[in-house]
Design a protein around this ligand. Structure first.
Ligand code: FAD
Ligand code: A2P
Length: 282
């Protein structure tokens, strides 16, 4: 599928006239995937070290002249010289109603204090690592899928991503496609390394080759039979969950039904969870 790289037009980004933001980083590229989703890359502060899967606070100056910041998963791997983000466009959202208009050369604010639970260190060793995401919840896994350490620690990595419509899957689909010829990963793990990354994209409100909620495809066993894998079990499988609160709660219950336990940085176990956004409770 060919993807259009739309160029921002109309509304001016709010910072174009104010180039000296605190903790400023410069936008190096912007790509619009749908009218609700876009990704962008910015310069990386020389001092910023992070673990793939972590998030930082980023934003713009608000109308009151104070920083308007929101949590964002870093979508690029920790070896990348730039930082990538994958973002929703909330029409009336305080930040994203403005952020969606950024252009190359603009500045954003980036607080260089990465944190988060979706890190490899929070999981016990295992055979397979499952990334379970809806919507922009794929962002931390866009980082982890590109990190050689994920394949160092696990024989197989499974990316399940579910969205309402097929076009909302395109960011992840293109990323996985590009990984097949990723120079770093093929150099370390050989030409066939990509066979260790299993991709299972599904839609729920538009026909596509694979359909259904992640929870349903796991409880029915469909994803395991489609991918030729055994049912999830605490001996072999580890997982990371990132979606809405309701999604996280439901997936957590499914994983616990398979005998997996929730862990944390301080106490690694079989799975970890992080909200992809706050709001719209259960
Ligand atoms: P807000 O006032 O923050 O949100 C308004 C409403 O929009 C929310 O109540 C919610 O219903 C909805 N909403 C917000 N974010 C999303 C979303 N991502 N998907 C669907 N609905 C949403 N957002 C990203 O786009 N990419 C990320 O990588 C990302 N990582 C995050 C990591 C963490 C740990 C957390 C807590 C949030 C993350 N978010 C991410 C959400 C982000 O912090 C903001 O909420 C989002 O940028 C919208 O900001 P806003 O000011 O425009 O609207
Ligand atoms: P569905 O279309 O059946 O609601 P949203 O856009 O509402 O955040 O949803 C993103 C994707 O996550 C949709 O495909 C949606 O499926 C799915 N989803 C939403 N809530 C849950 C949940 N509690 N459990 C599993 N999947 C969910």
């Amino acid at each position: 599928m060919t993807l259009d790289i739309a160029v921002n037009d109309a509304a001016p980004a709010p910072n174009r006239e104010k180039p000296h933001l605190p903790d400023a980083q410069t936008v190096t590229s912007v790509q619009h995937w749908t009218d609700r989703l876009f990704s962008f890359r910015v310069t990386r502060p020389a001092s910023l070290r992070f673990r793939s899967g972590e998030f930082v606070m980023i934003g713009l100056l608000g109308d009151n002249g104070k920083p308007l910041l929101r949590a964002y998963s870093i979508a690029s791997p920790n070896w990348d010289e730039e930082l990538e983000f994958y973002s929703i466009k909330v029409p009336d959202g305080p930040l994203t109603s403005k952020l969606q208009h950024i252009q190359v050369g603009d500045e954003i604010i980036l607080r260089p204090k990465p944190v988060g639970t979706l890190v490899l260190d929070a999981l016990l060793p295992g055979k397979r690592l499952w990334f379970l995401a809806t919507g922009t919840g794929i962002a931390p896994f866009a980082s982890l899928m590109r990190d050689p350490e994920s394949y160092e620690r696990f024989e197989q990595v499974v990316m399940m991503h579910t969205c309402r419509t097929a076009d909302e899957l395109n960011y992840g689909r293109e990323l996985v496609e590009n990984l097949k010829s990723d120079p770093l990963l093929t150099e370390i793990y050989g030409e066939n390394f990509h066979k260790r990354l299993l991709y299972y994209p599904t839609t729920t409100r538009e026909d596509s080759p694979l359909m259904g909620r992640i929870t349903d495809n796991m409880t029915s066993g469909k994803v395991f039979s489609d991918l030729g894998l055994p049912a999830m079990n605490p001996e072999e499988d580890r997982a990371m969950i990132c979606g809405s609160l309701a999604f996280n709660v439901d997936v957590k219950a499914v994983l616990e039904g398979f005998g997996l336990r929730e862990g944390a940085n301080s106490e690694p176990k079989e799975f970890v969870v992080e909200k992809a956004f706050v709001g719209d409770g259960i």
